[in-house]
Design a protein around this ligand. Structure first.
Ligand SMILES: [Zn+2]
Ligand SMILES: [Zn+2]
Length: 139
C-alpha cells in the first residue's frame, strides 16, 4: 500500500502512514491546547487521526502519561527518547486510533479543523476554511 514516511528530528523514529489515511482530510486537526503547546514548545500540533493498522513505526518511542487533561482521562504522549520530538498520542476517548504529529512529515496537509481555539494567542490567526472549536468537539 502507498504510504508516506516522516521522521523525528534525529531520525531514530520513522513513521509511515498510508496515503489513504492522509487523504482523509476531515481527520486532520490543528490542536491548540495547552498540553500540545507545552509538549512541543510551539503554538500547537497538527495531527492526523489514523487507525493503528494504517501506521508503521520503526522504533519504540518513550511514553509520557499525561494526566493533566481536559477530559480528566490520562492520554499517552509518545516521543523520541533521543531528540524529544513528539510522535503520537493515544487517548482512551479514541480507541483503535493513534493521533500522529504531522510536523514529522515533509509535506503537511492542510487541517480541516482547529481545536481548543480558546487557548490561541490573541495575535495568532485561524487558518482559512477550517472548522473551529473552543475545545474538543464531541461527536
Ligand atoms: Zn529523535
Ligand atoms: Zn492538543
Amino acid at each position: 500500500m502507498n504510504s508516506t514516511t516522516g521522521k523525528c528530528l534525529c531520525g531514530q523514529i520513522t513513521v509511515s502512514i498510508t496515503q489513504e489515511a492522509l487523504n482523509a482530510t476531515e481527520k486532520i486537526a490543528l490542536c491548540r491546547c495547552k498540553n500540545c503547546c507545552q509538549s512541543g514548545g510551539c503554538l500547537g500540533s497538527i495531527n492526523v487521526i489514523a487507525p493503528i493498522s494504517a501506521v508503521k513505526i520503526s522504533d519504540e518511542p518513550k511514553i509520557y502519561h499525561d494526566s493533566n487533561t481536559d477530559s480528566g482521562k490520562t492520554i499517552q504522549r509518545a516521543f523520541c527518547s533521543n531528540c524529544g520530538s513528539p510522535i503520537y498520542t493515544v487517548s482512551p476517548n479514541m480507541p483503535g486510533v493513534q493521533v500522529f504529529k504531522l510536523g514529522l512529515f515533509d509535506e503537511i496537509p492542510k487541517p480541516s479543523m482547529e481545536l481548543y481555539c480558546k487557548s490561541k494567542p490573541f495575535w495568532d490567526k485561524s487558518i482559512d476554511g477550517t472548522k473551529q472549536f473552543d475545545t474538543m468537539p464531541t461527536k
